[in-house]
Design a protein around this ligand. Structure first.
Ligand SMILES: Nc1ncnc2c1ncn2[C@@H]1O[C@H](COP(=O)(O)OP(=O)(O)OP(=O)(O)O)[C@@H](O)[C@H]1O
Length: 300
């Protein structure tokens, strides 16, 4: 196993940031930690990157214990924290040189690993990191995390605040790094990115709710989901929430996703109920469950 986490607990005074967290990541896998703000993702990364010690439990990275072998781990992992991983006053090139130097290597030695990514920001190599766009900062931060040729890469919300095109490019890059045998643990609040991982763990309030491949997770969703729309979406949501048979109601893109408590559900009856409340242009259609639906159901 490339990463092994066993019964990890961590509290900050009375906040239980991680509660009995266990999972394993195979070598060369892209494993996603999916969860909202405050779920405990950063705490877990910091424990695995040996920057924080858990209250109890064990963890190992690339076969090394995170407490006993912390020095070895620091040399074989790359960590891209959500914030502050770059020196804003150093140029692109200086940042990269700095990270290479502290790991006793050179840009030249491992250039093959970052080439794909670095050539996109190379035209701006004399620009200060603070003056780069979000997407470029993220590419530079990834280069800095890779320059010492890590076996395992920790990426904490690498695409937060990045535009959709750059997000897509970033995930293409991760797939290429995976082909080079690097194990990747990545967190994201974006459910569409979850489907790009080999396996994912849903995490909420410090607890793992489920671990599986994205395809298997969606298959676990057994209820029928309905896409609803009407002329007044706010009123639609409020009305559905007070409908006596409502099981779950939440906005989903331009629709509302609805599940019913009953096994046999009468669409006409719901149409009638919504019409009586004063809603018009009502549409109700069966929808395909997504990863987000499964997360919403588990988080409920
Ligand atoms: N140094 C700290 N002191 C006190 N509480 C903390 C500290 N760091 C994190 N927490 C709390 O622990 C919980 C987990 O935080 P953590 O940052 O690990 O979550 P996260 O999933 O990474 O969310 P985010 O994306 O918002 O950082 C949150 O309730 C957070 O407020």
């Amino acid at each position: 196993m490339s990463i092994s986490v066993s019964h990890i607990n961590k509290s900050y005074k009375d906040i239980r940031a991680l509660q009995d967290v266990s999972f394993e990541v195979k070598k060369g896998e892209i494993f996603g930690l999916i969860g909202p703000d405050g779920a405990g993702k950063t705490t877990l990364f910091r424990i695995l990157a040996t920057l924080l010690i858990a209250d109890s439990g064990q963890a190992s990275v690339a076969g090394h214990d995170v407490v006993k072998d912390y020095k070895t781990i620091r040399n074989c992992v790359g960590y891209m924290p959500g914030k502050f991983s770059l020196y804003q006053d150093l140029t692109v090139e200086e940042n990269l040189e700095f990270f290479a130097t502290i790991f006793k290597t050179t840009i030249k030695e491992n250039y093959h690993l970052i080439e794909d990514i670095y050539k996109q920001i190379e035209p701006f190599k004399t620009r200060r990191a603070g003056k780069l766009s979000g997407g470029m900062k993220q590419k530079l931060a990834l280069c800095c995390a890779l320059i010492h040729k890590p076996e395992v890469l920790f990426l904490d919300e690498p695409t937060t605040g990045v535009d959709p095109v750059s997000r897509k490019e970033f995930w293409d890059m991760l797939k290429r790094l995976q082909q080079k045998g690097i194990t990747i643990l990545v967190s994201t609040p974006y459910m569409d990115e979850a489907s790009l991982c080999d396996r994912i763990a849903f995490i909420q309030d410090g607890k793992i709710l489920e671990i599986d491949s994205p395809e298997a997770i969606v298959k676990h969703f057994t209820k029928t989901i309905y896409n609803l729309s009407a002329n007044n979406m706010y009123k639609l949501i409020e009305s559905l929430k007070t409908y006596e048979h409502a099981h779950s109601v939440y906005p989903f893109g331009e629709f509302v996703h609805y599940t019913d408590t009953r096994d046999v559900f009468d669409i006409d009856e719901l149409q009638h109920y919504l019409k009586n409340i004063g809603l018009n242009d009502i549409t109700i259609e069966i929808a395909k469950p997504t990863i987000e639906d499964t997360f919403m159901a588990l988080a409920k």
